[in-house]
Every structure is written in structure tokens, then in C-alpha cells.
Design a protein around this ligand. Structure first.
Ligand code: TXD
Length: 323
């Protein structure tokens, strides 16, 4: 009889902490769990909220048949040993409020949250979702003091996915045939790269009129506000949660997907010491590479204008926080 050899495998599941159990945080928890990506610790300052969501999602497990553990808590000690920390805590936009109105309130919230989470997960990767996104991502990086590759902001996937959806709706084609790429800051100065937006590989600039494209770009730029206006209470959360989830999946499963995200630049695109939306390769080490695509002079100008507005808000936030 042959001897049976035994192997030891790690029984530890990846662990994702989500700070902020609001619309985005709770929907993201559901997505991660139902895709069996990781155990999730959902944390909020409101007592009972994360616990209630975690219990409800756990009670769906018998039907969904995933094996992710979901913990709801108000205590950072429960986040210990997280591989990824996602920060969604903060205020969402109310109708008529710009993303930048949220600057001071959310700056304080994200810095505190990041520092507390870091105490229990000193080598985690941080994904920032709270608005104004590019500024908050920079603040989190400064607050945690980790290598910049371990901090990234989610917005480009969402903005690109919105444009992708609008192109597919307009042309009446499957979304699977449409690719879209939006760079720059997550705000009114975002930069859709139309030459890189394609339908079955054909640039939309060759199959759509300029006025139609401009209309879809405008809709993308104001995609968040359009939803705020419809919902009246709070902002978008399904597409934001899906967008964050695809980033988490690429990192946890080391898929090396190229996704647009707010990454730290040190000279790429002629920009220094700033987080802004650019195409990145996301893998188990975080932002493993920033890809530099060719930009026209006009596009470079737009990207720099977007970066200048992010920089201005970083300076305001720093002065406010006395960091
Ligand atoms: O593309 C993007 N990056 C975005 C960003 C897309 C959608 C939403 N975007 C921003 O994410 C939005 O402007 C907000 O700044 C955040 C979270 O949006 P969400 O819609 O989830 O907001 P909610 O439902 O108001 O939830 C916020 C939660 C709420 O439960 C608060 O109690 C909690 O954050 N909160 C905190 N938790 C922990 N610690 C602190 N200090 C704290 N403060 C608030």
C-alpha cells in the first residue's frame, strides 16, 4: 500500500475590513461575500448598524452558499490582521452639494479611521472610496505612512463603467463589446479618453458624432449628481460597490488587471506627489505599475488642470487638519 502524504495548507481566508457601513460599505460587503473573495469586517460608529447588516447577510448564507465570514463591529480591535482596508466612512453628497463641500468633514474622518485601522493591520493595503476621492486618498497615504503602492483610490473604474454603460445604451449594443477609459480626478474635471473608448475594438470617435459623444461625456461627468438628484437621499452605491469589488478581486486573487484608479504619481504624466486617476496594474502587492498611455497636448492640459484642483484641496485639507 502506498503511503499517504499529507500537505499543510493555510486555512486563513483573506480578510477585508470595510470602514463605514452605509450604502457603499454594506453593498460592497455583500459583493465580496457572495463572490467568496474574503472574510469581511464591517465597521461603523453607529452602534448596531454594522452588526445588523452582518447578521442579515450571514442569514442569507444558507441560500447564497458562500463561505465568507461577515463580522459587524464598532471596535477596531476586531479588524486585526486585515489584508485590505476599505474606507467608505464619511458623509455622502446631498442634492446641490459638490464633492469638495465634503472636504473638511471627510478629511478628519478618513485620517482617524486609517490611523486606527493601521494599528491593527500594520501592513494592509488601503482602498479609499470617500469623497473628494483623490484628496482623501492622499490624506490616507500620509496618515498611514505606508509605501504608496499600498494605497489606492476607487473612482476611475466607476467613471469608466458609467461611460461604458452610456455608450452601450446609446448604440444598443452589448456592454461586453464596449470599453471605456476615464482618467483624472473624480470630479467635474475627469478626463474621458475617447480614443481609447471602443466598441468591439473600434474607437467611438469613428462611429459616433462629436455631439453625441459630448453628450455622453457630460452625462458621465455628472453621473454621480444625476443619481443623487433621483434618489434624493444619498448617492450611488451599486456601481461604486461593484467598482471597488473588481479592484479588491484583482488584488486578492493577484489577477494583475489593468484598472483606472487613483494612484500615486512620481513623474508619470508629468505629475509629482499626487494621487490621481490613471491606469494601474492591481495585484497582490497593490498598485504594481502605473501605465502611461499617450495623451494629446489637450488631454495632458486637462489632466494637469484636474491635478491642480486636487492639489489645491490637498493643501486646504492639510491646513485644516494641521497635518
Ligand atoms: O467613486 C467614488 N469614490 C464614490 C465615492 C462613489 C460613491 C460614493 N462616494 C463616497 O463614498 C460618498 O461621497 C461618501 O463620501 C462615501 C460613502 O458613501 P455612502 O453612500 O456609503 O454614504 P453613507 O450611506 O452615508 O455611509 C457612510 C457611513 C455611515 O454609516 C456613517 O455612520 C459612517 O460612514 N461613518 C463612520 N464610520 C466609522 N467612523 C467614522 N468616523 C464615521 N463617520 C461616518
Amino acid at each position: 500500500m502506498k503511503a499517504i502524504t499529507t500537505t499543510t495548507i493555510s486555512c486563513k481566508s483573506p480578510r477585508v475590513t470595510i470602514i463605514g457601513a452605509g450604502k457603499v460599505g454594506s453593498t460592497l460587503t455583500q459583493r465580496i461575500a457572495e463572490k467568496d473573495l474574503a472574510d469581511v469586517v464591517l465597521l461603523d460608529l453607529v452602534e448596531g448598524l454594522p452588526q445588523g447588516i452582518a447578521l442579515d447577510l450571514s442569514e442569507a448564507q444558507g441560500v447564497e452558499l458562500h463561505s465568507s465570514k461577515i463580522i459587524g463591529t464598532n471596535d477596531y480591535a476586531d479588524t486585526v490582521g486585515s489584508d485590505i482596508v476599505v474606507i467608505t466612512a464619511g458623509l455622502a453628497r446631498k442634492p446641490g452639494m459638490s464633492r469638495d463641500d465634503l472636504l473638511y468633514i471627510n478629511a478628519k474622518i478618513v485620517v482617524e479611521a486609517a490611523q486606527k485601522a493601521l494599528t491593527y493591520s500594520p501592513n494592509a493595503m488601503f482602498i479609499v472610496i470617500t469623497n473628494p476621492l483623490d484628496v482623501m486618498t492622499y490624506l490616507v497615504w500620509k496618515a498611514v505612512g505606508l509605501p504608496h503602492t499600498q494605497v489606492v483610490g476607487m473612482a476611475g473604474v466607476l467613471d469608466s463603467s458609467r461611460l461604458q454603460a452610456f455608450i452601450a445604451m446609446e448604440l444598443g449594443v452589448s456592454i461586453a463589446n464596449v470599453n471605456a477609459l476615464v482618467l483624472g480626478g473624480h470630479g467635474d474635471l475627469m478626463l474621458p479618453l475617447l480614443r481609447y473608448c471602443t466598441v468591439s475594438g473600434v474607437p467611438i470617435t469613428e462611429i459616433m458624432s462629436k455631439s453625441d459623444i459630448d453628450r455622453l461625456v457630460e452625462r458621465t461627468r455628472h453621473g454621480g449628481a444625476e443619481i443623487v438628484k433621483l434618489l434624493k437621499t444619498g448617492g450611488a452605491f451599486y456601481a461604486p460597490a461593484s467598482s471597488a469589488c473588481v479592484m479588491i478581486e484583482s488584488m486578492i486573487r493577484n489577477q494583475s488587471r489593468i484598472l483606472p484608479a487613483a494612484a500615486y504619481l512620481k513623474g508619470e504624466y508629468g505629475l509629482h506627489d499626487i494621487f490621481i486617476g490613471v491606469p494601474c496594474r492591481l495585484g497582490c502587492h497593490g498598485v504594481e505599475k502605473v501605465l502611461e498611455v499617450d495623451l494629446t497636448e489637450e488631454e495632458t492640459e486637462s489632466l494637469h488642470a484636474s491635478a491642480a484642483s486636487v492639489r489645491q484641496n490637498i493643501d486646504l485639507a492639510f491646513a485644516h487638519l494641521k497635518m
